[in-house]
Design a protein around this ligand. Structure first.
Ligand SMILES: *[C@@H]1O[C@H](CO)[C@@H](O)[C@H](O)[C@H]1NC(C)=O
Length: 386
């Protein structure tokens, strides 16, 4: 019994990396949209952005839908795994407790959410018909980034009353933060003429508005204790199957204006993060995107061992676009060879490639077994491995 207890304590202390004054684990707090959602929207009963039906989650755990908008893992799952961090549960998971938060962190990401409050307030539903059905509902449920930060403030309150202010401050300052939003601010806002933002702004002024908002949000997170933070950039979102099928040219090609917006978002966000990192005290704020690799993957899928880079693996016959993957859909034969899982979201296989690229760019190391930096990080496999 004694030996058993001794072993348990050793194991605990190996993984509990002491944060000065607080014997806390390093955990993650994740803010994002459907690309990082691990189940929040499942509990938002009236949200149109849902991944609650088969075949979402078919390659994850028991294969049942778990709230992830893909067949397997998200990019944040994979980066967390490869850097030795636990996977944080969804904020709305009914089993979430202070102890679970201290052990695993929290994921606030929500499908349809954006940097801007107004993003995702209108969603277009495609009902097995070429004509889209417009659903306008001021209360369509999704957590915008401001809302997610508000929820995080509530979490901080909870942890302070559990372990005291001083320890809680150390815990939150020692944690890792992921902020991954922006696609919806374009796809489900600026690029849709039903939104006021689409006629209020032009490309330049909209980007300024986005960066101003994101800057204020990241400063707020710093004020709340965030020190180690990374922001994921956007991929070539003009090439998601939905954008191709809606392309007015009728050729099914990528929408180059949408891709240009993604590139200029990445450029502006990268500069913003550099500025914040040098101006905010003790902040290590980083930006990482995988635009170039995904762009190359889409243009040359076979180079990476993929076979299809323009259609969703899960589709409803020839009826396109389908709003989501549903039980009546048919699946592609080999999910590891498709870049896209549904009209919007990459497959687990593509997410792995994206995660590896971000890890490589940011030079991440595992938190549980620090290694000296090397020129060739093990986490950056050559394309042949895919
Ligand atoms: C956005 O929403 C948050 C609440 O979630 C609110 O505090 C904030 O004032 C809103 N910002 C704008 C610009 O509307």
């Amino acid at each position: 019994m004694k030996a058993y207890l001794g072993l348990a304590i050793t194991v605990v202390s190996v993984f509990a990396i002491a944060i000065d004054g607080c014997h806390c684990k390093i955990v993650q707090f994740i803010f994002g949209d459907s690309l990082s959602d691990v189940g929040n929207n499942k509990y938002l009963g009236r949200s149109l952005a849902q991944a609650s039906l088969p075949y979402y989650g078919i390659d994850y755990g028991n294969g049942l839908p778990n709230g992830r908008f893909t067949n397997g893992r998200t990019v944040a799952d994979i980066i967390g795994d490869k850097t030795g961090l636990p996977r944080p549960p969804a904020f709305l998971d009914p089993s979430l407790t202070e102890d679970i938060i201290l052990e695993n962190g929290v994921n606030y990401a929500s499908g349809g959410g954006g940097i801007l409050n107004e993003t995702g307030s209108i969603l277009i539903a495609f009902h097995k018909a070429p004509a889209p059905v417009l659903t306008v509902d001021a209360e369509i449920q999704r957590f915008s980034l401001y809302k997610q930060i508000e929820l995080f403030e509530g979490t901080q309150e909870l942890i302070r009353s559990k372990i005291g202010k001083e320890k809680a401050d150390k815990f939150f300052q020692g944690s890792r933060y992921v902020v991954a939003l922006g696609s919806n601010d374009f796809i489900n806002n600026y690029l849709m003429p039903v939104y006021a933002d689409s006629w209020t702004y032009n490309d330049n002024s909209f980007m300024d508005y986005l960066m101003e908002t994101l800057g204020a949000q990241l400063k707020l997170l710093h004020k709340r204790g965030a020190r180690q933070l990374m922001v994921f950039g956007l991929g070539p979102m003009g090439c998601i199957p939905l954008q191709r099928v809606l392309s007015t040219s009728g050729t099914g090609g990528c929408q180059s204006r949408t891709n240009k917006l993604a590139l200029s978002f990445n450029k502006a966000a990268s500069k913003l993060l550099n500025d914040l990192s040098s101006s905010l005290p003790n902040a290590n704020y980083r930006f990482g995107d995988a635009y170039d690799v995904v762009d190359d993957l889409i243009k040359n899928p076979s180079k990476y061992g993929f076979e299809n880079s323009d259609k969703p693996c899960c589709s409803f016959g020839r009826i396109r676009p389908a709003l989501t993957c549903v039980p009546a859909s048919t699946l592609c034969k080999d999910r590891s060879k498709y870049v896209f899982w549904d009209e919007y979201h990459p497959t687990d296989a593509a997410n792995e490639l994206i995660a590896n690229e971000i890890i490589k760019k940011l030079g991440f190391l595992r938190v549980d077994k620090p290694e000296p930096p090397s020129q060739e990080p093990a986490a950056a496999p050559s394309p042949e491995e895919f």
